[in-house]
Design a protein around this ligand. Structure first.
Ligand SMILES: [Fe+2]
Ligand SMILES: [Fe+2]
Length: 465
């Protein structure tokens, strides 16, 4: 592990001078981007952060005070498996690819660029949140997520520089040029152009949108292109914390709301009503579903066939890694009606991955509903139907209610304000967001966490202001 190199890495960067020079050229541009688009303020403050100093179980979670610009962004891959094989598709069982297979070069670059683009985008979306944090504990978690998303960008840029030559370098430069929500040079995926300017958005984003990342990375972590697989495996260890932040964050908001419901009117008491929480769930869940791509997709079939992108837990969950002869029953809209259609399984793999994601999200809902039950309120939260409010795939261009029934555009427009956050809802939530910077104190609209970070109490000074 070359931790004290300019670019900490475990890929023997110093032995590949060309790659090292390319990355060293990119580094100052990255730092400029971080200064311009990373967290607004707080850059000179000590933050109690987890830094990866090794990929082994000992080293990957080293906790100490760090100033964010001094965070050790670097390139960490899981160790190579000596005789790694392609785990699925038409080349199943052949040696894993150490170079990009020629015919898939463009498609693979597109996958890496699209994944890479989400990492800085989320940092941009969240850059103002430090100014309204509900506690120092939450402020620290926000910054932890931000620096790790920065590192994930490094991981993808390493692949672009290392395996895609000139166009890879150009793509790496462009990753620092696009800006979340900028109409002239937006980020690639729509969920990453949506504003994330209050903490309810942040928790819903880390719950639902970072969780999409988990499923994309999991599918790529078993890729037959070994450098990609090893990169994604390590990113997943960090990603787990991001989802923890969202999941427990929303759970804590639910707990506080339930407590206030027993005392009186939640709004008058300065809490977030459950209806608003439900609307934020509807919004971020539906945008995150779009990230999996079209329900019926020849790209997904080609990628599976090539052994590049598999299913979730391909090795553990399946015995037939060819998936060549099976079909999948899909619900589609035809002549203004919902109808079923048989699709070759390989063409349905986006939907298969989305199904795994939905199951995982259901578990989060069950945890929040358990909190509501513990607090003695009878209302429950739920996930909208996956057809609701979609902008990508079979259901885009049609309108559905929360139960997935096809409805007219007029009806959707009439009822939209019951289902999705209105301007007024957003303004109300924003009106509650006042920073709490005193150790051990917490905003009124959220309950404290059950425990602190890494054995430290909630009262710990997670950020020295
Ligand atoms: Fe990430
Ligand atoms: Fe993340």
């Amino acid at each position: 592990m070359n931790l004290y190199d300019r670019i900490p890495n475990n890929v023997n960067l110093s032995e590949d001078k060309k790659l090292q020079r390319a990355l060293e050229k990119w580094l100052p541009n990255y730092l400029d981007w971080w200064r311009e688009m990373g967290p607004d303020g707080f850059q000179e403050k000590d933050v109690w952060l987890r830094t990866a100093i090794d990929v082994g179980s000992e080293g990957w979670a080293h906790f100490d005070y760090v100033k964010m610009p001094e965070y050790r962004w670097g390139i960490f891959l899981e160790p190579a498996q000596p005789d790694a094989k392609v785990g699925f598709g038409d080349n199943y069982g052949r040696p894993a690819y150490q170079e990009v297979p020629g015919e898939f070069r463009n498609a693979l670059r597109r996958i890496i660029v699209t994944q890479g683009d989400t990492e800085p985008a989320s940092v941009e979306q969240q850059r103002q949140l430090g100014k309204t944090c509900p506690s120092l504990y939450d402020l620290r978690n926000l910054f932890q997520v931000n620096v790790e998303e920065g590192r994930h960008l490094w991981a993808m840029v390493y692949l672009l520089h290392g395996y895609f030559g000139r166009d890879g370098r150009d793509e790496a430069d462009d990753l620092l040029q696009r800006r979340s929500g900028n109409p002239d040079k937006p980020r690639i995926l729509e969920a990453f152009n949506q504003p994330c300017d209050d903490w309810l958005n942040f928790f819903a984003f880390t719950m639902f949108t970072d969780r999409d990342g988990k499923y994309q990375l999991s599918a790529l972590a078993e890729s037959g292109f070994e450098p990609l697989a090893r990169t994604c495996k390590f990113m997943l260890t960090e990603e787990a914390h991001h989802m923890f932040v969202g999941d427990t964050g929303l759970g804590r908001v639910c707990r506080r709301t339930a407590q206030l419901m027993k005392e009186g009117d939640v709004r008058e008491l300065g809490g977030i009503p459950l209806e608003i929480i439900q609307k934020y769930i509807n919004f971020w869940f539906s945008y995150s579903l779009d990230l999996f791509g079209g329900e019926i997709s020849s790209n997904s079939a080609d990628f599976f066939a090539a052994g590049l992108k598999g299913r979730y837990k391909e090795q553990d969950q399946y015995t037939d890694h060819l998936a060549a002869n099976e079909t999948f029953t899909m619900t589609v809209v035809e002549d203004g009606e919902l109808k079923t259609r048989e699709v070759a399984l390989r063409n349905a793999l986006n939907e298969v991955l989305r199904g795994e994601y939905v199951k995982d999200c259901e578990k989060g809902l069950a945890r929040w509903n358990k909190v509501l039950k513990e607090e003695g309120v009878s209302e429950r939260l739920f996930l909208p139907h996956p057809r609701f409010h979609r902008h990508v795939g079979e259901y885009a261009g049609h309108t559905f209610d929360l139960q997935g029934n096809l409805i007219s555009r007029e009806e959707f427009q009439q009822r939209q304000s019951e289902w999705l956050p209105t301007l007024e809802d957003r303004e109300y939530v924003r009106s509650l967001m006042h920073p709490v910077y005193e150790p051990g104190k917490i905003a009124n609209w959220i309950a404290p966490p059950a425990a602190g970070i890494k054995g430290k109490p909630f009262e710990f000074e997670y950020v020295r202001l």
